[in-house]
Design a protein around this ligand. Structure first.
Ligand code: ASN
Length: 245
């Protein structure tokens, strides 16, 4: 009898410690360091759809997090290696990524679209032969370019961030950049003197999702999905989106 009660007490202690730990946990969550309108720095502070959606969800679900802005290319490896607990980074839900990550419900419609300078003669995919492509490392845009490069007899240059990729096209060192539709549409809408334009329709249709390491973080994923449903129901989600339209 004595033996049993000691075991029970120990179990209770262990359980209490685990619960306390889960409550105090500060989730390390990555975002793309420069990806307006999803995450970008204004006057020294990060803002954008991803940043505000995460914050609203954390508040309503009652969890703490540390936002970790970084180049997109390091984000999935960071989650997979366990250095990051999750990522909200304008990140497309794909089958390939779903092999190493668990994704939330999609929270934003996207898809890859080609981008050229306003004076470019490139008007459709028929004009993509023998061109110099610019893409951001580790992205679905880079995947599209590398899957089609051979057929199109084209070359690819890789960049760490979207701004450097766009600059390469603006400078005339690349002919076509590939970017997610909402990101380039937002940039063009803000340009006082337009430098870039879209070509044709989206090449892919996709959704952005919040991601955690596969099979490792069901608790955080559930909090994200529950919180997303709540902020959609109470109007917060729409309010956030409206700020960036
Ligand atoms: N939208 C990109 C992708 O899913 C990620 C990014 O550039 N932040 O590949």
């Amino acid at each position: 009898m004595k033996k049993i009660s000691i075991t029970f007490a120990m179990l209770l202690a262990a359980l209490t410690t685990t619960t306390a730990f889960a409550k105090d946990k500060v989730y390390k969550i990555a975002t793309d360091a420069a990806y307006a309108p999803f995450s970008f720095k204004v006057d020294g502070a990060y803002t954008g759809i991803d940043v505000e959606v995460l914050d609203a969800i954390a508040k309503i679900e009652g969890f703490e997090y540390q936002l970790t802005p970084m180049n997109f290319n390091g984000i999935i490896p960071g989650v997979v290696s366990g250095q990051l607990d999750g990522a909200i980074a304008g990140m497309t839900i794909t089958e390939k990524r779903a092999k190493v990550l668990d994704f939330s419900e999609g929270y934003y419609e996207s898809g890859v679209i080609p981008v050229v300078t306003v004076d470019s003669k490139i008007a459709s995919i028929a004009d993509f032969k023998n061109k110099r492509f610019a893409v951001k490392k580790g992205t679905t845009s880079a995947d599209w370019a590398s899957a089609n490069r051979k057929d199109l007899d084209s070359t690819i240059r890789y960049f760490d961030d979207s701004a450097s990729m766009f600059q390469e096209v603006i400078n005339g060192n690349a002919d076509i950049a590939f970017e997610d539709y909402p990101v380039i549409a937002y940039k063009i809408s803000l340009d006082k003197t337009p430098t870039l334009k879209l070509v044709g329709e989206k090449l892919t249709t996709a959704k952005f999702g919040f991601g955690v390491k596969k099979g490792q973080n069901a608790e955080l994923l559930k909090k994200f999905n529950d919180g997303l449903a709540k902020i959609k129901a109470n109007g917060t989600y729409e309010k956030i989106l409206n700020k960036y339209q």
